[in-house]
Design a protein around this ligand. Structure first.
Ligand SMILES: [Zn+2]
Ligand SMILES: [Zn+2]
Length: 235
């Protein structure tokens, strides 16, 4: 009850305002209905890695996943990594705009209600030195709000990035896999758990693959990847 009153007061004091156009938000989100409709959703995507499928592709699994299935069981994305979603993510990452993390986490929670169920969320860890330099982990900030919306636990302490990796941006798919191989370590017992890895952007899926491998090595029953934006390898 107190909680509801506090929410009501907050709502009256700070009504939701669209992050993109500053008009009133809707459904408790800092996003207006027009801007929400305009966000770039993938028309069709690979069920395994969420790579956007173009044209009249009839296969549900992309060629890359058929040739080399990733360690994770499935991937879901909210949006394509295109304007204005790229700007939301860059503002969060480089200017620490936590309102962006709240919006993306809330949108993930709404969308995930239709995705296969998971028991807990695991944000992709940054290497401690990178996190120290940046001051925060954007995936953890997004995951916090998603976990709250879904009423699911969040584990950000039993997975570590044990090796520093080069930035993935300029690497080919093969080089990305080599770059992150063995980069993560999971501790403790994950037996039987269905885990959702949370990340801001996914490009080849090499990072999620390496983390999923570490979780499965500790017994995780199922690992899925939930990301805010998918950048296609083919632009
Ligand atoms: Zn708007
Ligand atoms: Zn795929």
């Amino acid at each position: 009850m107190v909680n509801n009153w506090w929410k009501y007061i907050q709502f009256r004091l700070f009504p939701p305002t669209c992050i993109l156009c500053h008009r009133p938000g809707a459904e408790g989100l800092d996003l207006c209905p027009d801007c929400r409709r305009g966000l770039p959703s993938p028309a069709a995507a690979c069920a395994r890695c969420a790579e956007p499928l173009t044209g009249t592709a009839s296969a549900l699994i992309c060629g890359r996943c058929q040739r080399r299935p990733p360690a994770f069981d499935g991937a879901h994305t909210l949006y394509l990594y295109r304007p204005p979603v790229d700007r939301l993510i860059l503002d969060l990452k480089h200017h620490r705009r936590l309102a962006q993390a709240r919006l993306l986490g809330q949108l993930l929670a709404v969308a995930a209600a239709d995705w296969p169920a998971c028991d807990l969320l695991v944000p992709v860890p940054l290497h401690p030195r990178r996190q120290w330099r940046r001051g925060f982990n954007q995936s953890l900030e997004i995951a916090r709000f998603a976990a709250r919306g879904l009423k699911l636990p969040l584990d950000s302490s039993h997975c570590r990035r044990q090796r520093r990796t080069d930035t993935q941006a300029d690497l080919s798919a093969r080089a990305r896999r080599a770059n992150v191989r063995g980069a993560f370590r999971a501790e403790g017992d994950w037996a039987g758990l269905r885990v959702a890895i949370i990340d801001d952007v996914m490009t080849t899926g090499a990072t999620a693959d390496a983390l999923a491998r570490a979780l499965k090595a500790r017994g995780a029953a199922e690992v899925r990847v939930w990301v805010c934006a998918r950048a296609g390898m083919h632009g």
